[in-house]
Write a new protein. Structure first.
Length: 422
């Protein structure tokens, strides 16, 4: 039996997905409409989106807490549940972790925007994105001591199997003998690109869970580290700051104003994307956040096929990919408990089953301690009670047969003797 459980965190995940999707559309419009490469400009916008996104929400939280003593949106009460006996990391370790989180973030952005492999489709990362759930789960299990439960193991096993099948299907329908080696290497590079994002997510999760850092402060510090790295990249490339200047010189005034507006829209969307990304990541889990990266694949496959962007108009390739995407979504939802299977004990360690057992325990009837023995025998040991009664009756009969003279009522003896004498 299956049970579909729609949780509240799906709202935040879909906001993150929609804002990311709209930002990608804005980027495509900029590239198609103006036919200019603004790779470094997009990098700077991403960095500014992290800095101002984290700073604005952190200031909102501080201001809201001072005025109302409560935060209506993005409410995070990290300091109220701190265990003072728990040892925090040193400042140096926090700085190193923040630097690596920023480095992984900017590496993924830079790699995906500029150096994505040319031998494969740019959309293949959507079909391989389930590796993020696998990687995040393993990292959280061995580094953050997350417990991998039975339904988690089952889901991860099936996701791993279908990830390998995706490699096989892609190789059969897209690769040829001459380029098979480069094709497989490019797919492994894409997997590495996706795993890097998992490391970024798990570092953010660790800093919140182990060091009680506000996630939006983490986002702001990541943006500052990324700004430093982006500045170094610009100095090395020597053309990082020239893209906007070239557009200003080449484009008419109206087009340049439209470009600035679209870039500003990209900046606002970057603030939203990064804020919801880290919120979903640390408040829920990196595995729940990674689900949204491939949850919409069946819809994307339909669009890619009919728009002839993917699948080379091969209907068999499309059907197989569509079925596999649906199956991967199914097991991803099982892992995150949006779908619960009541079979083979897979539901036993889910949140709903644990909550139900706790509720039944709390509402169990309370037995009076004084009558606990009697109640126990009456409820559970009726047969034993009958046997005990029989034993007691036999003991009484034995006692009556063995009555001594001392146990006889003396008054009775006196009366008897008096009657006998007179």
């Amino acid at each position: 039996m299956l049970k579909v459980k729609l949780r509240r965190n799906l709202i935040y995940l879909f906001i993150y997905f929609i804002s990311t999707f709209i930002r990608d559309i804005v980027n495509m419009i900029i590239i198609i409409l103006f036919r200019v490469a603004l790779n470094y400009t997009f990098l700077y916008i991403m960095v500014l989106g992290e800095i101002f996104g984290g700073l604005s929400i952190y200031l909102y939280q501080c201001n809201s807490k001072k005025k109302q003593k409560a935060i209506k949106y993005f409410g995070i009460s990290l300091l109220s549940n701190i265990n003072n006996q728990r040892v925090k990391d040193s400042i140096f370790k926090k700085i190193v972790l923040l630097f690596f989180a920023a480095f992984f973030d900017i590496f993924q952005f830079y790699f995906g925007l500029i150096y994505f492999p040319v031998y494969i489709s740019r959309n293949v990362y959507l079909r391989l994105a389930s590796i993020q759930t696998i990687a995040s789960s393993l990292i959280c299990a061995y580094a953050l001591r997350f417990k991998i439960k039975k339904h988690h193991k089952f889901s991860l096993t099936m996701l791993g199997i279908f990830l390998c099948l995706t490699f096989v299907i892609e190789s059969l329908f897209r690769a040829n003998i001459n380029t098979l080696g480069k094709f497989l290497i490019c797919h492994l590079i894409v997997c590495y690109y996706l795993i890097i994002d998992s490391f970024n997510n798990c570092i953010e999760k660790y800093l919140v869970d182990a060091n009680y850092m506000n996630p939006f402060k983490i986002l702001m510090f990541e943006g500052l580290f990324n700004a430093f790295i982006a500045l170094i990249i610009s100095l090395i490339k020597k053309n990082g700051f020239s893209e906007i200047i070239d557009c200003y010189n080449m484009l008419p005034t109206k087009k340049f104003i439209l470009l600035i507006f679209l870039l500003f829209l990209n900046f606002v969307l970057s603030m939203i994307v990064n804020s919801y990304k880290i919120y979903c990541n640390v408040i829920y889990s990196p595995m729940a956040r990674s689900l949204i990266n491939y949850l919409m694949n069946p819809l994307f496959n339909i669009y890619f096929f009919f728009s002839k962007i993917e699948f080379n108009s091969n209907i068999l390739y499309f059907i197989i990919s569509e079925i596999m995407s649906l199956i991967v979504d199914f097991f991803g939802c099982i892992y995150n408990e949006y779908i619960i299977i009541y079979c083979c004990g897979l539901e036993y360690e889910t949140k709903d089953a644990i909550a139900e057992r706790a509720f039944n325990f709390i509402n169990a009837p309370i037995i009076d301690s004084s009558d606990s023995d009697n109640n126990t025998y009456n409820i559970n040991n009726d047969d034993d009670n009958d046997e005990d009664d029989k034993i007691k009756e036999n003991e009484k009969e034995k006692d009556n047969d063995n009555i001594s003279l001392e146990d006889i009522d003396t008054n009775f003896l006196n009366v008897s003797f008096e009657n006998y004498i007179f």
